[in-house]
Design a binder for this molecule. Structure first.
Ligand code: ATP
Length: 338
């Protein structure tokens, strides 16, 4: 649905984004995550055909953003960071006005406005002047104007910006509801606001994409790239031995494996005991061997994936390590070769 190839934008000789390449498939909800100034708004404005790139290409539904901008605008809805709202109009008359502006007939517009008022939970504010709305209702009105003409693609720049915790939850639910009908790209600089809503994340830092994938895949891959980490271990003791004794035996066995720093029992179920083992070098085969040779049963041995919060911090701390999960990396390489 969206194909972005080597996209670069300079402002006064300084690059705001540099060589962005990614794809978004039909029906996906993708989160565009980056710190302030990372280049999110610049990218979204180019995708929405409001700004031209300095170089690179954008195709949406196979249409070129430079030559078919008019047709692309018909197919997309955009919520900018400051929604274009007319303060003196009521919510319903403003939405009718936007719908007709976007080409819907008077009758269609009236019907569609009722639908979006319902979807965006704007009923209680429908006759209120926009200038008197709370921030949460303004944002929802901004989303309603973006979807009123039934676009297939929805681009939302910081939809949760400035909302309180209750409004953030409501906005997440609204975005998920809209995900059934639209492909959605939304930006945020706050990880928790985006990770629960999106199928996939694009992480941008200093104008470059540094990670692309599902939360689980990004965390998994980052964890594998680290030497140190935590193992989750479950062992089963022989009949007649207490769980406490099994735990102590397991701790003593893994403690002798080189690279293991600490271990602790974190739970038990019947004869099974769960442990967390901290290590500075991943020695899973050695841990497994030691457990089995000690006469304990090895039920489970997993390396715990890093939490996304830690991954995001690591990725955006100074270095541009350049992390992409294999599918995206391969895809990018293939595109560069093509
Ligand atoms: P935020 O979360 O703070 O909105 P962002 O990730 O959306 O940040 P952009 O607004 O795209 O980032 O800005 C990327 C860089 O480009 C920043 O350094 C910004 O100062 C610069 N920039 C953006 N727009 C302009 C402009 N019109 N003229 C000059 N520089 C600009």
């Amino acid at each position: 649905m969206i194909e972005v190839e080597d996209l670069t934008k300079y402002y006064s000789g300084r690059s705001a984004i540099s060589g962005l390449t990614f794809r978004i498939e039909k029906g996906e909800i993708v989160g565009f995550l980056g710190l302030n100034g990372a280049g999110k708004t610049t990218t979204l404005r180019i995708l929405a055909c409001l700004t031209l790139p300095s170089s690179g290409r954008v195709r949406i539904d196979g249409l070129d953003a430079e030559t078919d901008a008019h047709e692309i605008r018909r197919r997309l809805g955009f919520l900018p960071d400051a929604p274009p709202l007319y303060e003196e109009m009521s919510v319903s008359s403003y939405l009718r006005f936007v719908a007709e502006l976007k080409g819907l007939s008077r009758r269609e517009a009236a019907m569609r406005v009722e639908e979006v008022i319902d979807t965006c939970r704007l009923n209680e504010a429908r006759e209120q002047l926009i200038g008197t709305l709370s921030h949460g209702f303004r944002q929802r009105t901004g989303i309603a104007q973006a979807v009123v003409h039934r676009p297939s693609l929805l681009i939302l720049d910081e939809p949760t910006g400035g909302l309180d915790p209750v409004q953030i939850v409501e906005m997440r639910e609204l975005i998920k509801r809209l995900g059934g009908e639209h492909t959605i790209l939304l930006s945020s600089h706050i990880l928790s606001e985006i990770s629960q809503t999106c199928d996939r994340l694009l992480i941008i830092h200093e104008g470059r994409i540094i990670a692309d994938g599902t939360e689980a895949a990004i965390c998994q891959r980052m964890s594998q790239d680290q030497d140190a980490g935590i193992l989750e271990l479950e062992v089963e003791g022989p009949e007649g031995i207490s769980a406490a004794e099994t735990g102590e035996r397991a701790r003593s066995v893994v403690g002798k494996v080189q690279g293991v720093l600490t271990s602790r029992v974190v739970g038990q179920r019947g004869r099974r005991v769960q442990l967390e083992v901290e290590f500075n070098t991943d020695r899973r085969p050695a841990v497994a061997r030691a457990i089995v040779e000690s006469g304990l049963g090895l039920v489970r041995l997993d390396r715990r994936a890093m939490e996304l919060e830690a991954v995001f911090q690591r990725l955006t701390q100074g270095s541009r390590a350049g992390f992409l999960p294999s599918t995206a990396a391969q895809r990018n390489q293939a595109e560069v070769k093509a």
